[in-house]
Design a protein around this ligand. Sequence first.
Ligand code: ME8
Length: 520
Amino acid sequence: MGKFYVTTPIYYVNDVPHVGHAYSTIAADVLSRFYRSLDYDVFFLTGTDEHGQKVAKAAEERGLDVQKHVDEMVVPFKELWKRLEIDSGFIRTTEKRHEIVVQAIFEKLREKGDIYPGKYEGWYCIFEETFYPESQIEEGKCPECSREVKWVSEDSYFFKTSNYIPRLHKHIEENPDFIMPKSRRNEVLSYIESGVQDVSVSRTAIKWGVKVPGDEKHVVYVWFDALINYLSGIGYHPDKKKQDPNFKKFWPADVHIIGKDILKFHAVIWPAMLMALGEDLPKMIFAHGFLTVGGEKISKSRGKVIDPNELIDKYGADAYRYFFMSQFTFGLDGEYTEETMIKRINADLANDLGNLVHRTANMMKKYYEGNVPNPKYSQSDKEGLTRDIKIQINGIPNHLKRYLKVLDFSKSLAAIWHTISLLNKYIEDMAPWQLHKEERNDELAKVMYTLADGIRAVAQFIYPFMPQTAEKIWKQIGATGDLKRFPETKPDIKDLNDWVVLKPGSNFKIAEPLFPRIEE
Ligand code: ME8
């Protein structure tokens, strides 16, 4: 099978993580679990961006040495990822393995003439860690966040970004999936068509950062440093002899997941850096939308904070993951309210999924002492509801492959939930209690088996999104196979008896409700 390399942004450790950070990270985790379950060799990288003025300033405000500050601030990120079942590699830009690579790349590009000394004069916004041309500054305010910008006039190294723009332009035109969604691709195209300047890639006014090799009064610009994590995190080194085999295996990245705020860095500067290094470009850069509250981007500095830990305490990690992945279209902005979250958990998780499992468990207990019966499907079942259910379930793996290829998490979940609704409707339509009463035992066995195996399939489908719940269901239905191996869509259904996956005789137990109803 193939390989899959997915990344998230590495987050600034000026503050604790918020729901926006968790959003990108959960999305990457879902993809990574999905591709693992398809037997891909997966590398998923997240981490923290620990240099730059913004982080140094946060340390100063706390009266702490910067290193001590970053060592402390990385902890809440790691803890949150653990709570959210994020199964990934982790890189910190203050790690030696990263700093060495940043310096080696700087040196290589300087030798090549792609990095040259000069003088930077212009405006700098510490919050955005970005330089802005005069033309974008109004009344001394940052065009992005409206904070005050600072006039910077200092010696600086520049990276010849402009050299690579024609090639980048062509690449974007020829590869419609390189920047997703389409609206973002258009944004980048018009940005580069308006002309791109070389980027300042070092600072002399600050000390906190990776030292420029051979010219230590400079530190490397935080973005130049941070982007390199995607390479250093898988063992890259510009000297091939020093490369880890992982680099060869996993590069180029299959998808960089980012928020739309950092699109230009990823879709312009980063590809230019890679071209300068002679490395392949990532296959896809997906810039998702913002989570908003009252129409405004959620971010600590704007006073709009939603603490993921609080929501996990109240609703659990899986409900959290489910809500954020199902509620919003990944490429668009989405307005968050706790009320919608509660409604969604009650309707989809407590009702649809929870009831399906609970009702089936109760009937299984009543009719079969909990032991899943052995169905004998017949030709006539081909025409009926049972067949419809099987066909629906059979179609899901291909649907999910298609949707997740373009990071459509909400459509993927909608497809799974459609199946869950059909299974619930199947209970009503087939009325197993009636079959039981009338002692139509063969029919009852088929219906109850179809339900149990349908639930087995649902557990496998939801596994990438809700790993804990999938495991719980797996245990509850007494399944013995590999939950994490994703089922394949079968080309044709000839005989429903070929579709017996969950072993008849499995012990389907009654258990605590998966998702207790929340007071609305
Ligand atoms: O930009 N909605 O780090 P950062 C959705 N260190 N996603 C959001 C969000 C929101 N309201 N707020 C933040 C940096 N995010 C750099 C990145 S990468 C080489 C360096 C997510 O801590 C989203 O992914 O400001 C966004 O791009 C990222 O957090 C910014 O995190």
